[in-house]
Every structure is written in structure tokens, then in C-alpha cells.
Ligand binder design. Structure first.
Ligand code: FES
Length: 103
């Protein structure tokens, strides 16, 4: 399965992501800039903040309560499709998922 990250400079990184892997881990493994994953996915850093491309927002599911609180303190401005990418796991439904990296 593939995921795409659109970077602030307009370029795109595309990577294979295995089922069940979260999108923060996948970004770090493929050196996507600005997705840091400082807390290792324990919902305490918000350095994995991304914007889900609008076409994909419905498929990535709902934001959890704690994730919601953390998104409010993320460094980049929160937008309607903001997610913490450590909370989004790859699945067949998400093959082709496009994430926008905040500037
Ligand atoms: S990696 Fe820290 S909140 Fe996602």
C-alpha cells in the first residue's frame, strides 16, 4: 500500500506502507521532513501533525478525544483535516492516502 506526503515546497514523497503501520512511523522511516514523532506515538508531542488531503478525510476515521486536545497545541495551525499521523494506521482502504505536511 502506498502513501503520499506533499511537502511545503510542493514536492511529494511516496512510500510503501505496510498494513497496520502508523503514518508517523512510515514518515520517519522515509525521511519525510517535519514529521518528527518525538514521543514515539504515545500522543504526547504533536510533532507528527499532518493535514489529510480533503478527499481522504472521511476514510481516516474520527479524531480521538486525546488526539483532539493535542491538536489544539500543535505547532502548525490546526485545520479541519488535521490529524496526528501516529493515530492513523495504514489499511487497504487507505491505499493511496495523501497527507499534507504543515509548513
Ligand atoms: S508521535 Fe507524538 S503525538 Fe504522534
Amino acid at each position: 500500500m502506498k502513501a503520499h506526503w506533499i511537502l511545503p515546497n510542493g514536492s511529494t514523497i511516496t512510500a510503501e506502507v505496510r498494513e497496520g503501520q502508523n503514518l508517523m512511523e512510515a514518515a520517519v522511516a522515509h525521511n519525510v521532513p517535519r514529521v518528527i514523532g518525538e514521543c514515539g506515538g504515545s500522543l504526547s508531542c504533536a510533532t507528527c501533525h499532518v493535514y489529510v488531503a480533503p478527499d481522504w478525510a472521511a476514510k481516516t476515521g474520527a479524531v480521538g478525544d486525546f488526539e483532539d486536545a493535542m491538536l489544539d497545541v500543535a505547532e502548525a495551525e490546526r485545520q479541519p483535516t488535521s490529524r496526528l499521523s501516529c493515530q492513523v494506521k495504514m489499511s487497504p482502504d487507505l491505499d493511496g492516502l495523501t497527507l499534507i505536511v504543515p509548513a
